[in-house]
Ligand binder design. Structure first.
Ligand code: A2P
Length: 317
């Protein structure tokens, strides 16, 4: 396993288990299988609505002696309806109670899109706060308090553009240490990778396999398929790997963290093995050419007319 080392010496395993879309009923066994297989990094979020079940799996793995808390890296995320300095700690405490943990290793602002406290998602403009009403810098103060109170060791963001990261870096006491964004060969975000490595911010790649298990209303027409691409498939065949392993190895070989979701024991194992594969410069160069700036998670669901949020100002591009 490769690791990224943070300034305080803590190390995050670059490959972790994703849990978005892992249904209650499936996620307990997925986390148990993953820990048995050797995963030490689990990526969670309040909005995935499965943290209580993940918490039971972590607790049982610890009490069965398979792993110690301090050997695990647990990430979770602040949902959009808990932006604002004073909402962060209560939201984090709920996540900690669900996960049955005393502290997180990493807590992220899930989206730079604040919603009203009683809204889980947004249907109309009045469900949102503007970024003037709920500035990220104010929410970040709550994130910093969470570190000061020992509730999380590290803080970061998710779905932030370079512009929003720059603003945050300029307006923070504790700098964001991670940005979790969609990354895969069709969305390589090279400028973001360069910026983050200059700033010592780790990028974590979500949807590394294209998240084909998304709900139908989150899918576009004629989406490209990462797991059925001639270049990826050819590299996989030449190296006796699966296409998924090539995609995951590519992420780790770029120095990003990556969090493939699976609830299937064979695929959980297969994905973990990818963390130790070196693809080589020639294969990396071939994959480099596949970039087409294509987002599977395009953020259109936040672009509610009249809200002030658009796909363009979400990604600042
Ligand atoms: P499953 O959970 O049944 O294994 P992403 O991580 O990009 O969100 O993608 C998750 C999707 O990819 C899920 O449908 C998951 O199904 C599937 N998946 C996970 N690992 C593999 C793999 N090694 N090969 C093919 N599909 C995979």
């Amino acid at each position: 396993m490769k690791y990224h080392k943070f300034n305080n010496g803590d190390q995050i395993p670059l490959l972790g288990l994703g849990t978005w879309k892992s249904a209650p009923g499936d996620v307990y066994s997925a986390v148990r299988e993953a820990i048995k297989a050797g995963y030490r990094h689990i990526d969670c979020a309040h909005i995935y609505e499965n943290e209580a079940e993940i918490g039971r799996a972590i607790k049982d793995a610890i009490s069965d002696g398979e792993v110690k808390r301090e050997e695990l890296w647990i990430t979770s995320k602040l949902w959009n309806n808990s932006h604002g300095k004073d909402n962060v700690i209560p939201a984090l405490q709920k996540t900690l109670a669900d996960l049955q943990l005393d502290y997180l290793d990493l807590y992220l602002i899930h989206w730079p899109v604040p919603l009203k406290e009683d809204k889980k998602f947004a249907m109309v403009a009045s469900h949102f706060y503007s970024l003037e009403e709920r500035p990220i810098s104010d929410t970040w103060k709550g994130m910093e308090q969470a570190v000061e109170q020992g509730l999380t060791k590290h803080i970061g963001v998710s779905n932030f553009s370079i512009k929003k990261l720059k603003d945050l870096v300029a307006n923070s006491n504790i700098k964001p240490e991670v940005n979790q964004v969609e990354l895969h060969p069709f969305l390589q975000q090279k400028e973001m990778l360069d910026f983050c490595s200059q700033e010592n911010i780790l990028l974590t790649a979500y949807s590394p396999l294209g998240s084909k298990d998304r709900a139908a209303n989150m899918k576009g027409k004629d989406e490209p398929n990462l797991l059925n691409n001639s270049v990826i498939d050819e590299i996989a065949n030449n190296r006796n790997l699966s296409s998924a392993q090539v995609l995951l190895a590519w992420a780790v070989n770029r120095g990003t963290a990556v969090i493939p979701k699976s609830v299937n024991p064979e695929r959980i194992m297969e994905n973990l093995k990818a963390a130790d594969i070196i693809l080589g410069e020639k294969n990396m160069d071939r994959i480099d050419l596949l970039d087409k700036h294509f987002r599977f998670i395009n953020g259109k669901f936040w672009a509610v007319p009249g809200s002030g949020y658009t796909v363009e100002n979400l990604w600042d591009e």
